[in-house]
Ligand binder design. Structure first.
Ligand code: FAD
Length: 458
């Protein structure tokens, strides 16, 4: 079977763009979720929409699962092939097709790496606001398929707010274009938004047209340390109530600060939480905003407030945020299992407390790294995945945390998506009727269920 599939695919993409040997497909059996695995029948690397269309048509005719894949950095098992099948590696489609500095848009192929796009746009003084922490590796196709967020989402929104249109290969191999090149568009149902965040279950995105903005003239960073994480959570609301919309508000708890200190040999104050606030705009605006932020943070009970005055300090402050996820497993000797939930910001203080309580109950060490400005909390569980008992406890803690989040009006995913990880929990959040509507959309577009089956609960 594998041989026949590989032969057919070679006719479409050429001899060197199909992998089938176990050692060659090994990297495609996992993604950054670490937990989920699957062995592909083969991996194919197309270089054009036409090739993608032929691959998908062949797979559909032969009822073979197709798993689109960018860099594999998603954290929910969305890019692994649990049922085998063809993994379509889009990283070879990596051209930036247009940067239009007058109409403020660009068009990219799906495999363009986020950081590469960012650096090309910067040459023209432009940026695309969504900024996932995986920027150095994640692809624009993956970013769009996951509706990725990032640090700047509180001010600028997430991926779905910055995509004007898409080129998509449907599960029967047909190619459609959605959206337009304009900032406004009201022609029919919003198919672009249907595909954004669809986790590769409805089709393969091959090109995207994106809305751009000029890079703000200046940015300032202020870092505040609190003796309780709840106080830091309250400070987030107080900043908005003072009429300030920062570019980012990132919160790291003591676990993260201690890990970064050990990992990098730093001496950041090891208090219960640290909140980093970034403001951007014109130079005058930023100075005034930063003054206001400092004032609010002090009023909110911060024990120490530091404002970066040099580029060195600006970068230094950010280390607590940027190195947190790397530092934790290196210091704990266990794996990071990163969970992503989102709540109304007024609930942040109680959420931090409750997540700690749940994890304590199951004996799972947890550190909190949060895009606090939009109520998005990443609870990083330290788990020995080789120990089945510990892994099962971590799963119980995760499910209990998600159910609590739903109960208080939050969502089980702010930005990392559903994948395999939360497929069973989704119905508890959206309800059976909405879940059935999602499944009927899936059936309509993909009646043979070939496109990334087993993901997102559809
Ligand atoms: C260190 C780290 C930091 C992170 N920080 C953030 C963050 O700040 N914000 C955030 O939102 N996420 C974050 N993530 C998660 C992840 O990086 C994002 O979800 C990213 O968008 C995935 O891109 P990718 O290219 O790696 O996609 P993959 O992991 O390869 O795929 C993700 C999903 O998209 C589908 N897919 C991929 N390409 C296509 C395509 N062309 N067409 C259709 N479907 C496709 C796949 O089938 C899969 O379902 C982080 C991950 C890590 C490891």
């Amino acid at each position: 079977m594998s041989l026949k599939v590989a032969q057919a695919l070679r006719k479409i993409v050429g001899e060197n763009n199909v992998l089938e040997l176990p050692e060659d497909v090994l990297p495609y059996t996992l993604d950054a979720s670490i937990i989920y695995k699957g062995m592909p029948t083969c991996v194919v690397r197309p270089h054009s929409t036409e090739e993608v269309s032929k691959i998908v048509k062949f797979a559909n005719e032969n009822r073979i699962p197709v798993v689109p894949r960018g860099a594999g950095t998603n954290l929910v098992g969305a890019a692994v092939p649990p049922n085998g099948g063809i993994v379509v590696d889009l990283t070879g489609m990596n051209r930036i097709l247009e940067i239009n500095t007058v109409d403020l848009r660009c068009t990219v192929e799906a495999g363009v790496v986020h950081a590469k796009l960012e650096s090309e746009l910067a040459k023209y003084g432009l940026f695309w606001p969504p900024d996932p922490g995986s920027s150095d590796s994640c692809t624009m196709g993956g970013v769009i398929a996951m509706n990725a967020g990032g640090m700047r989402a509180l001010k600028y929104g997430t991926t779905r707010d910055w995509v004007l249109g898409l080129k998509v290969v449907l599960p029967n191999g047909e190619v459609i274009k959605t959206g337009s090149k304009t900032f406004k568009g009201n022609a029919g149902y919003d198919l672009t938004r249907l595909f954004v965040g669809s986790e590769g279950t409805l089709g393969i995105i091959t090109e995207a047209t994106l809305k751009l903005r000029p890079i703000p003239e200046a940015e300032s960073r202020i870092c505040a340390y609190f003796d309780s994480i709840e106080k830091a959570g309250v400070a987030v609301s107080k900043i908005y109530m003072a009429g300030i919309v920062p570019a980012a508000m990132e919160l790291m708890d003591k676990g993260v600060i201690i890990a970064v200190n050990k990992w990098l040999g730093k001496k950041f104050p090891e208090m219960d939480a640290c909140l980093i606030v970034s403001v951007d705009g014109s130079k005058e605006e930023v100075g005034a905003l930063a003054n206001k932020v400092e004032h609010v943070l002090k009023e909110s009970g911060a024990s120490q407030v530091l404002r970066a005055t040099t580029q060195e300090e600006f970068n230094e402050i950010w280390l607590i945020r940027s190195e947190g996820a790397t530092a934790l497993p290196n210091v704990t000797g266990k794996m990071n299992v990163t969970h992503d939930v989102c709540v109304p910001i007024s609930k942040l203080p109680e959420v931090f407390k409750e997540i700690r309580k749940i994890c304590e109950k199951y004996g799972i060490p947890v550190a909190m790294l949060s895009h606090a400005g939009d109520g998005n909390v990443h609870a990083i569980f330290s788990v020995n995945l080789k120990d089945p008992e510990e892994t099962a406890k971590a799963k119980k803690a995760h499910d209990e945390m998600c159910r609590y989040i739903i109960k208080i009006g939050g969502t089980i995913s702010g930005e990392h998506g559903i994948g395999i990880d939360k497929a069973e929990l989704l119905v508890e959040e959206v309800g059976p009727v909405a879940m059935e509507l999602m499944r009927s959309i899936k059936r309509l577009l993909d009646p043979n269920n070939i496109m990334n089956p087993g993901k997102m609960g559809v």
